[in-house]
Design a protein around this ligand. Sequence first.
Ligand SMILES: Cc1cc2nc3c(=O)[nH]c(=O)nc-3n(C[C@H](O)[C@H](O)[C@H](O)COP(=O)(O)OP(=O)(O)OC[C@H]3O[C@@H](n4cnc5c(N)ncnc54)[C@H](O)[C@@H]3O)c2cc1C
Length: 524
Amino acid sequence: MDCDVLIVGLGPVGQLLANLLGAQGIDVVALDEALAPYDLPRAAVIDDEVLRILQSAGLAEGVLADAQVQRTVSYRTRAGRPVEIMRPESGPYGHPPLVSINQPSVERTLIAGLDRFPCVDARWGQRVEHIDQRADHATVWVRPNDGGRCEELKARWVVACDGSRSAVRAMLGVGFGGSTFRQRWLVVDALTDQPVLGAPHPTFLGDPIRPTVSLPMSPGRHRWEWMLHPGEAAEPLLAPESIQARIAEWTDDPDLSIERSVVYTFHARNASRWRVGRFLLAGDAAHVMPPFIGQGFSSGARDAANLSWKLGAVLSGAPQSLLDTYEAERRRHVTTMQQLAVRWGKVLQTTNPQAAAVRDVVLTALDRVGVVAAVRDRIKPTATIHGGAFAQRTARLPWRRAVGTLLPQPLALEADGGEPRLLDDCLPPGWVLVTTSAEVAGVDAGFAARLIPMDLDEGGELTSWMQARRVDWVVLRPDRYVFAAGTGVAGVPRAAAAMQRLAGTGGTLMPLPQLAALAGGVAS
Ligand SMILES: Cc1cc2nc3c(=O)[nH]c(=O)nc-3n(C[C@H](O)[C@H](O)[C@H](O)COP(=O)(O)OP(=O)(O)OC[C@H]3O[C@@H](n4cnc5c(N)ncnc54)[C@H](O)[C@@H]3O)c2cc1C
């Protein structure tokens, strides 16, 4: 066997997955047909969930070093009235909820991160041409860019992160259908040190003649997007003088330079299956969506986080069926994000003047009476998984939900003092029991237990979160989603047994009979 996991495609999703697998000491070969990472901007923003995933890979600080926190997002009516459609000031996951980035800069951080892991072999200039699989391994045939001979590589698992035109997906015969949303946009990336006057934050302009988006990227960069009408020729819009005239409506920076201008067609599509035997699809190979809510790479990053610990567990002896929970858990969230992106795209892309006028009147009225402010920060789908690799069902009432949700990440204090740190940084990696009860922390159920008594819960956020859900312990999966929750010691061994059934020795090391005895002991 050449490696445990072979990653096809070293775009940001493949890079992140390689980091998350490398951190578990898994033997990885990750290859890309390009000679070097793609060096032009694509993703403009990421969210706090992605930053938390990057934090788990030790890369959040590196990414934030070339990023800009966004605290507001506006829609501007065609009459120029601003409506604040998002106020991403703070969120529960320990990071700013909306951050502008430059994708090549993020990718440089991710690729540099791979140097920490001798078990990860990243290869550029190698294209996957054929695939095959047997009961116990998968084979891919890889051709170097110089046209040399194909090399045969055997892996236990292959993850195709080879983008929206995924060759692996095609070779597996997996369809890429779903919604047929298609829209062409002119995307212009500029280098400028001056904030754009009147729109220093992400701004959507509801101009029915030319719907427009203005986006600050990482420091020193700005992007504009202008919609093309059906059948409209792209060439006149791409002419430098045309682009300059458009940009002049937004800024008078004499030093601004255009880095790239291109016409993109935005799609919303889904692979019909995300796993075929020993092959899995992730990132754009599994799903694409219009960029209006900035969730393309972010969705791929969630895929990587969901898949990485499951691959680690299966390689350590967990049943292979654990990998089926990957699509089961991720698809619904992706589809919800796609629907939101398509819906918002439709609102923005209105070109009928009457419909645009109605849209603006309605939005303005809703804004005036406070409805927009009341709902704007609840529109994004929550980090909740309904069904999958969990010990218990997700509660129906959102405010009672613990299992299936991503645990908030407040600041916590270490028992031996020191500065408060983000909760995840105080927890060991892997499965962990977090409790506010000393009695529960004393139960030896095989978990790495972490007691967060109220005096160490800086700000009391975790304690309040648990109290609202009437629990005093949670068992976290390695991706920090709540696997099980309860009150008192009785349920802890049962949660441990459920974890061991699911994750095998990739979870706790305590043998099942001992757990059963323990469960019997505390239940009686
Ligand atoms: C204009 C625009 C704006 C966007 N804005 C946002 C945003 O604001 N927020 C956000 O989260 N996302 C955004 N996105 C989406 C984001 O850029 C993508 O979702 C992300 O790049 C997908 O990453 P990936 O690793 O899945 O695929 P890719 O980045 O496409 O990488 C795939 C890799 O696979 C390699 N490859 C392909 N075939 C083979 C083969 N046969 N053998 C070997 N290697 C192969 C390719 O060379 C490539 O490096 C935007 C995209 C665009 C175009």
